[in-house]
Design a protein around this ligand. Structure first.
Ligand code: SF4
Length: 357
């Protein structure tokens, strides 16, 4: 078994053995590693996305609202308009004033945040680390938008001593679902991203959504097992939320999609955690989403409601993260689920990996 993760597995062992956690909480891990409370600061660098701007598609993922391009409140709009460094300073001050912690990991969060020329990215990342309270940054992007030169750039910040994370939206490992939600990428891209991240000491996080159209609970558990084998350092787990003004909203209105119920989601999350490697850090178990933008589900998806209920479910079952996780495959055994051009990419990656062993 290859241990590919960048996170320190001994620290995770301590979270279970000494702190008595039943799943590996990202915040607890960071506190142990850095010796203080680390908070994430979301930033809007006003990126677009190749499935919005016509390069791959122009409709976006079926669940992504067009307004996500500038997904932000009016008051924050005024902050954004003052410039990126001013936005960072404002956000850090705001979070610190609420007692969020001492050190910040800034999060370039909205749109596809590596989808720009290299000089633009360098300027943004330089701005990210300019503030004295910043220990590093994390970049939200798509797994197909990370060319080698972007990895080279990110590695420079690692070599300067910063914590660098890549947060790759994957949502599922299943090709039929990726097609149904118009992602316009496959799973081979994530395999490459995690490989490249780990060879450069960059931590890799993946977003996963439960309740995607046409996906069975068995397939969701397969996603848990496969991304565990891949060795991602952390995940963010969400229910599929139907936002207003999306194609998913149209499907929902026509009765073509049914959102998960509250307990259905809670049970699926508990199942997912059981099938996941105990070493994958958990950053989120739900998504904070207000009624002004949400059409369904009607239940409250806020993390402070959902997370304690999932913890209670795990306790009731007498289980914990990884309790059903079996090491059934090595990363090299991962194969694309559909024969497409992606399989050629995967074959090349596999050959490269073999020659570098
Ligand atoms: S890749 Fe991300 S930003 Fe782009 S449309 Fe999909 S969810 Fe939205």
């Amino acid at each position: 078994m290859r241990h590919l993760q960048i996170i320190d597995q001994k620290v995770v062992d301590d979270l279970y053995a000494k702190d008595g956690l039943i799943y590996s909480k990202y915040g607890s891990y960071e506190r142990k590693v850095h010796g203080c409370k680390v908070f994430k600061v979301p930033l809007n660098a006003e990126f677009t996305c190749p499935v919005w701007d016509g390069r791959l598609s122009n409709g976006g993922c079926t669940f992504c609202p067009a307004l996500a391009r500038q997904f932000t409140y009016d008051s924050f709009r005024q902050v954004i308009d003052k410039g990126f460094r001013a936005q960072i300073a404002h956000q850090i001050e705001h979070y610190k004033s609420m007692g969020a912690g001492e050190k910040a990991l800034v999060y370039v969060a909205f749109g596809t945040n590596t989808y720009a020329p290299l000089p633009t990215l360098r300027k943004i990342f330089d701005d990210c680390v300019a503030h004295e309270d910043v220990i590093g940054f994390t970049v939200g992007t798509r797994p197909d938008c990370l060319p080698d030169e972007v990895f080279d750039l990110l590695e420079e910040y690692v070599q300067s001593g910063y914590d660098v994370w890549v947060e790759a939206g994957q949502q599922t490992v299943h090709y039929h679902t990726l097609e149904a939600i118009n992602r316009c990428h496959g799973f081979a891209e994530l395999i490459r991203v995690v490989d490249e991240c780990h060879s450069r000491k960059i931590k890799a996080l993946s977003f996963i959504i439960l309740g995607l159209p046409g996906e069975t609970p068995t397939e969701m558990m397969e996603t848990a097992r496969i991304i565990s084998a891949l060795g991602v350092d952390a995940i963010k787990l969400y229910p599929l939320i139907i936002m207003k003004d999306t194609r998913l909203a149209q499907q929902y209105m026509k009765g073509e999609y049914r959102p998960l119920g509250f307990m259905e989601y809670v049970n699926l999350v508990a199942d997912f955690l059981e099938h996941l490697s105990p070493y994958v850090l958990i950053q989120r178990l739900s998504k904070d989403c207000g009624l002004e933008t949400k059409l369904a589900p009607t239940w409250d998806t806020y993390r402070n409601i959902v997370t304690p209920r999932v913890e209670r479910e795990l306790k009731n079952r007498g289980s914990r993260q990884g309790s059903k996780y079996k090491i059934t495959l090595d990363m090299d055994e991962l194969v694309p689920l559909k024969q497409t051009d992606v399989s050629k990419t995967y074959a090349r990656l596999k050959k490269q990996r073999k020659t570098s062993k």
